[in-house]
Design a protein around this ligand. Structure first.
Ligand code: ZN
Length: 347
């Protein structure tokens, strides 16, 4: 059994985006209830620290960070049609970015082997100079930048399985060969980015990998893309740390997403990433919550991922043989990425 940390805190419920907003405090309440029901001696619960101004500025401009800080003075500030701050948002958002850093530090210090940071508000749409799509600070991107700038790592993988493309994370690292950003997401869909030809630029060319999946794809198609596209590239990249942007809105019950991933699908994706981390970086991996708007699906998927993080790796994974509908996407992705990685998709 592995030692796993869950970072969660009731203070994550303090950010309020508006009545009937899907990104609501009850999401954290459901996750806290789930996390408290987990009975495992090797599971450590931990409260988050706040990210510092300097840490937020690893990915965001000083002017933008200041504009979020000032929202603490008013009851409501609108950043875009979906993204609203309340007086508590600034503090909550610094705890969200800090929560991922708390998890990463615990793994680096050897306190635990891996961790799940159940944070809110989410981060992967947040851009260097603006909030977007329920997100204020790009929690996972800040952790990746921190690993590179502060801990001097040279290769960090971010795997984003949230149903939406993480346009913020992609933009932040688009010219960087130090962060391999891989996203599997519904397409066409919000926010509109994440097509196959977006592969990075300059020194970062080849270090952005998008697997855009049509609505109604499920476990088989996702696992086929993992086994034939995403994991082969990640193995060649040899990450020193694995970060997961773990939204659960690709779940079949999610009210915003149109995909059909089950709990078993999230388990299999986690297993593949943990095996990769075992091969490349002594298992060092941190997952952080992004989206996910069905409360039962959130708790069920959260439980299954945290359980899998605690399990010792199996040596073999049965490669996906079904999911033929994903093959044309894998083949086209391979075409765009052929100058950078060895990919051999079969049909
Ligand atoms: Zn999402």
């Amino acid at each position: 059994m592995r030692k796993t940390m869950v970072v969660v805190d009731r203070r994550y419920m303090n950010h309020f985006a508006g009545q009937l907003h899907p990104e609501r405090p009850a999401r954290i309440a459901a996750m806290i209830e789930m996390a408290e029901s987990l009975k495992r001696s090797a599971l450590k619960h931990s409260a988050p620290r706040a990210a510092s101004m300097e840490e937020l500025m690893l990915c965001h401009s000083q002017a933008y960070v200041g504009s979020v800080e000032r929202t603490a003075n008013s009851e409501r500030t609108d950043f875009d049609p979906d993204t609203h701050a309340s007086a508590e948002t600034w503090t909550t958002a610094t705890l969200a970015a800090g929560g991922v850093l708390t998890a990463v530090e615990a793994v680096l210090d050897g306190e635990v082997e891996n961790a799940f940071a159940v944070v809110r508000p989410p981060g992967h749409h947040a851009l260097p100079q603006s909030a977007m799509g329920f997100c204020f600070f790009n929690n996972v991107a800040i952790a990746a930048s921190w690993l590179i700038k502060v801990r001097r790592m040279r290769r960090v993988l971010i795997l984003d399985w949230d149903v939406h493309h993480g346009n913020g994370t992609q933009e932040i690292f688009y010219e960087s060969p130090e962060v391999l950003y891989m996203s599997i997401h519904q397409y066409p869909f919000y926010p509109g980015t994440g097509w196959l030809d977006q592969i990075g630029t300059g020194a970062g060319a080849g270090f952005t990998v998008n697997a855009p999946m049509p609505a109604t794809f499920g476990d088989n198609e996702y696992l086929r893309a993992f086994d034939q596209l995403l994991m082969p590239i990640a193995q060649q990249f040899k990450p020193e740390f694995v970060l997961i942007s773990a939204g659960f809105d690709a779940h079949y019950r999610d009210p915003l997403g149109g995909m059909r991933i089950t709990e078993a699908g999230f388990l299999e994706m986690t297993r593949r990433l943990q095996l990769l981390a075992d091969e490349c970086c002594e298992g060092k991996m941190v997952a952080a919550l992004e989206g996910g708007y069905d409360l039962r699906a959130l708790a069920d998927c959260g439980r299954i991922v945290i359980d899998e993080l605690g399990r010792d790796s199996e040596e073999h994974i049965t490669a996906a043989r079904d999911g033929q509908r994903a093959v044309p996407i894998i083949q086209r992705a391979s075409y765009f990425l052929k100058d950078y990685w060895q990919i051999a998709p079969s049909d």
